[in-house]
Ligand binder design. Structure first.
Ligand code: ADP
Ligand code: MG
Length: 678
């Protein structure tokens, strides 16, 4: 056991009781203590003359003239003291610190730091820290770190303990190679840690933070790059490109592929030809035509007498994919080889699908997480496609790959782009392709925010549009009325619309609690135009394709995430008509920056970056599912820092052996649970 792993209970001055409290803060060893970063700093470094004091945080160097303590009210204790320097005197006041008066030595000179403010009728320095000027100041007269505290342990105690192990901080091992430290002009690690706990100046502190932030991102990126390198060692089965086949497939389509679709399809074909498993994410806004790209990859696979699996997050979408893929691929002799496997299927149906999947070893299996949950064992899975991958957890992805018994090629698709900063770090092992173009003639929906008192007028307008044979989605945040939340539920809106506002239209309701057959029936009726208005929850969020639906109302818009709303509105305006998306506020307060962003931008990437900025990496994109993304000093949206760290990591990997850097290896190893997708 290294010295750094020594139990803090063994440190001088730390008894068992204090050690227990430190444990509560996650501090068990010396090393934990050294890496217990302050949560903020109070700048007490500037020493003022008493006569110059202005309200706010101040530090003086002054002699204590007198100090007295007394109880003023029941239980309330007050200590008052006078401190003077050569210019003037000032009052010091402490509440409920009865030991103060005795501890202060009259006549001795102190550093005194605290807030100079109005207290008990006159200006005074309230609850200041005071330390003998003859000692090295820890709590005063410097930039003082403030630590996260807990019951019975205060920042000043933590400061004292860390000051007592300063030698250990100095002795902490370097992680980064000397070359990188020089190239990037970084502080050595021990110096940076010293400055984090004992900053000499703001500039000093900034430099220290930069060094430690760099290291965080560097080791994260390095770990992702190593995953990627390791992936290269795994064998996958080659799926060779068949030009004639793809050509005739493309000619069979009722439309021309966009350039972006061609470009991305080409990248996928290149991946499949290799015997290392592909790990590619296809990003493309809703409606950009990702499905057909996946269909081509599946076609190549099945024609090689291998299996491909397509996993979708909902049964509605899986069924739709089953129809789409069947239509697209039947002309190529794959009709009988396309199977649907859903949890809700009747036992006999399910058994048939399972049998087909296990025996044939070739063709296409489409399903939901049923592909993982059900008994079916793939016989010869060469390609796994995960649609709307942001809806799946890392675990589910891993399980699917595991079920294959080996690592197949993996193509995932999403309309919720990974912000660039995450793509380069946490997801650094992924190859990303972007379909950055919508099919010609496709327009983005026009989005408008609607306050509650404009609803009636809006409904009247919409009724005219519906009269022109258009259809409308209404999305609500809840199924049923709730006492807890003030949002309108799908059931309430359905009642209101079908009995009052739109009683002359055909209104239907769909949500997750309905039986599958009911859901399927309603969706079919909506698709075939038998329904004008479909009131729903987010079950329709992903993938569903109904070209004639050109209007969408989103009730209680405040309840939804940006990416989610962007997905939702991607459901409309898929046909020839301009789409309109109305964001209905649940009260008449001013819409937030988040919601206004939806009105102003139709760029899913920008919205994802904004979500990242506002809500942080934990909330979006399931980063929290990856374990702790422990960036304590680095800002995940600092693209400059990321670019520098990424370059350095790539260079490092090209010319070094990680094993020669045990401290770094330890960090990288810890990160791998976060960054590995396989
Ligand atoms: P998403 O990328 O959101 O999954 P889809 O693959 O569902 O989009 O495609 C949306 C619609 O666009 C489908 O009806 C599909 O047939 C159609 N489509 C796909 N590519 C093209 C294209 N190049 N030109 C015209 N329509 C296309
Ligand atoms: Mg899709």
């Amino acid at each position: 056991m290294s010295k750094m792993d020594e139990d803090i209970a063994n440190l001088k001055g730390i008894g068992e009781k204090l050690a227990k409290k430190l444990n509560l803060l996650g501090i068990k060893t010396k090393k934990d203590l050294i890496f217990y970063y302050p949560r903020k700093y109070d700048d007490f470094s500037e020493i003022s003359k008493v006569t110059d004091l202005k309200p706010g945080i101040v530090t003086i160097k002054a002699k204590i003239k007198q100090a007295t303590g007394r109880y003023v009210r029941r239980g309330m204790h007050i200590t008052e003291a006078i401190a003077s320097d050569e210019t003037n005197s000032v009052r010091l006041i402490w509440f409920n610190q009865p030991y103060r008066a005795k501890a202060l030595k009259t006549g001795a000179e102190y550093f005194i730091s605290g807030n100079y403010e109005l207290g008990r009728g006159r200006f005074a320095i309230m609850n200041p820290g005071a330390e003998l000027a003859s000692n090295f100041p820890v709590n005063t007269a410097r930039i003082v770190p403030i630590y996260r505290e807990t019951e019975g342990i205060k920042s000043n105690q933590i400061r004292k303990i860390i000051a007592s192990i300063k030698k250990d901080v100095e002795a902490i091992a370097e992680t980064l190679p000397e070359l990188i430290i020089q190239e990037q002009k970084l502080l050595p690690r021990n110096q940076a840690l010293l400055s984090i706990h004992f900053p000499k100046s703001t500039a000093d502190l900034d430099e220290a933070k930069h060094r430690l932030a760099f290291e965080e991102v560097f080791s994260l990126v390095l770990s992702a790059l190593i995953n990627k390198k390791d992936n290269l060692k795994t064998l996958a089965s080659k799926i060779p490109f068949d030009e004639d086949l793809i050509k005739s497939f493309v000619e069979s389509l009722p439309y021309k592929l966009t350039d972006a679709q061609r470009k991305v399809a080409w990248q996928v074909f290149k991946d499949l030809e290799k015997n290392i498993p592909a790990n590619r994410l296809i990003e493309g806004d809703v409606g950009s035509g990702k499905t057909v790209v996946a269909a081509m990859a599946c076609l190549l696979t099945a024609k090689q007498a291998k299996q491909a699996a397509v996993m979708a997050p909902t049964e509605i979408l899986a069924r739709q994919h089953y129809r789409t893929f069947s239509e697209l691929l039947k002309p190529f002799g794959l009709g009988g080889q396309i199977h649907l496997l859903l949890g809700s299927m009747k036992p006999q149906e399910k058994a048939n699908a399972q049998k087909a999947i296990e025996s044939s070893g070739s063709g296409l299996i489409i399903g939901t997480h049923s592909l993982i949950a059900e008994k079916a064992n793939f016989k010869n899975l060469a390609l796994a496609v995960i649609d709307e991958q942001h809806r799946f957890g890392v675990q589910q992805r891993k399980q699917l790959l595991k079920k294959a018994g080996h690592i197949p090629h993996l193509i995932s698709m999403t309309a919720t782009p990974i912000p660039r900063s995450l793509a380069l770090t946490v997801y650094g092992e992924l190859d990303v392709s972007v379909i950055d173009e919508l099919p010609r003639g496709r327009t983005r929906p026009i989005t408008k925010i609607i306050s509650p008192n404009s609803k009636a007028r809006l409904y009247k307008e919409l009724d005219n549009t519906l009269g022109e044979d258009r259809q409308m989605f209404v999305v609500c945040p809840l199924i049923s009325e709730s006492d807890m939340m003030h949002y309108l539920s799908a059931e309430e809106v359905y009642k209101d619309f079908s009995e009052k506002v739109f009683k002359h239209r055909r209104v239907a309701l769909v949500h997750g609690k309905l039986k599958t057959e009911e859901k399927v029936k309603v969706m079919q009726d909506f698709t075939s135009g038998k329904i004008d208005i479909l009131v729903s929850t987010t079950v329709i969020e992903v993938g569903v394709n109904i070209p004639n639906a050109s209007i969408m109302l989103i009730e209680g818009v405040e309840r939804f995430g940006l990416a989610q709303i962007h997905q939702l509105r991607g459901r409309i305006g898929r046909g020839e008509h301009q789409g309109y998306c109305y964001l209905l506020m649940s009260d008449s307060s001013a819409p937030s920056r988040r919601i206004r962003a939806l009105e102003n931008t139709s760029d899913g990437f920008k919205l994802a970056e904004l979500d990242l900025e506002i809500r942080g990496p934990g909330a979006i994109y399931g980063v929290s599912q990856h374990g702790v993304l422990d960036l304590r000093l680095a800002d995940i949206s600092d693209t400059k820092l990321i670019a520098r760290a990424r370059n350095a990591a790539q260079n490092f990997l090209d010319g070094n052996n990680l094993n020669d850097y045990p401290e770094l290896a330890e960090e990288v190893y810890r990160n791998r649970t976060i960054t590995s997708l396989n």
